[in-house]
Design a protein around this ligand. Structure first.
Ligand code: URA
Length: 188
């Protein structure tokens, strides 16, 4: 385990623990406040993220930014990362072995950042972090507390691009996150 994010990032940039490394332009480590109270975890980089080296900079990210703007959540004050750091081909869901190969990096990031709240964006984040028994449709919008961290599962923003009706629930879930963060004086 490492003590600084920079150290993990350097390892991730050279990582070849799974097949995903073979097609990447670059790994997408994560961005934001290194001591964030609130962390967002997505699935994996898409084409835009692979090109820019930052998470959620494409269409889904822009949609998430709109919600952040509306709710008063600052991208600079939170931290954003993904389950896998390299782009899966054709944006498919990461395989279990790919997620498993990458998860130690994310766990190490969480250990260093020490977030109080983690927002899990979609099933891949939810299942890999909290367990296969969870599903996003039934779990979204409800806090799950584990080892002193409050987890809030919600839809992945890409799901909102496919189904507009999910936008309301996504907004409601982030509103709860913002409210609880504010009540606890967490930076958000
Ligand atoms: N989807 C994700 O899950 N993560 C990103 O960084 C971009 C799109």
């Amino acid at each position: 385990m490492f003590e600084k994010l920079d150290e993990i990032e350097a390892i991730v940039n050279k990582c070849s623990k799974c097949e995903l490394c073979s097609n990447r332009i670059q790994a997408v480590f994560g961005v934001g406040n290194p001591s964030a109270d609130v962390m967002f975890i997505g699935e994996g980089p898409g084409a835009d993220e692979d090109r820019e080296g930052k998470p959620f900079v494409g269409k889904a990210g822009k949609l998430m930014n709109q919600a952040f703007l509306g709710l008063g959540i600052s991208r600079e004050k939170i931290y954003i990362a993904n389950i896998v750091k390299c782009r899966p081909p054709n944006n498919r869901t990461p395989l279990k072995e790919e997620a498993n190969a990458c998860l130690d990096y994310l766990r190490n990031q969480v250990m260093i950042i020490k977030p109080k709240i983690i927002v899990l964006l979609g099933n891949t984040a939810l299942k890999n972090i909290l367990g296969e028994e969870y599903g996003i449709t039934s779990s979204r919008g409800k806090w799950i507390e584990k080892k002193g961290i409050k987890y809030m599962p919600t839809f992945h923003p890409a799901a909102l691009l496919r189904d507009e009706s999910k936008k309301i629930d996504f907004w409601k879930d982030l509103e709860i996150v913002k409210k609880v963060a504010d009540e606890n004086k967490f930076v958000i």
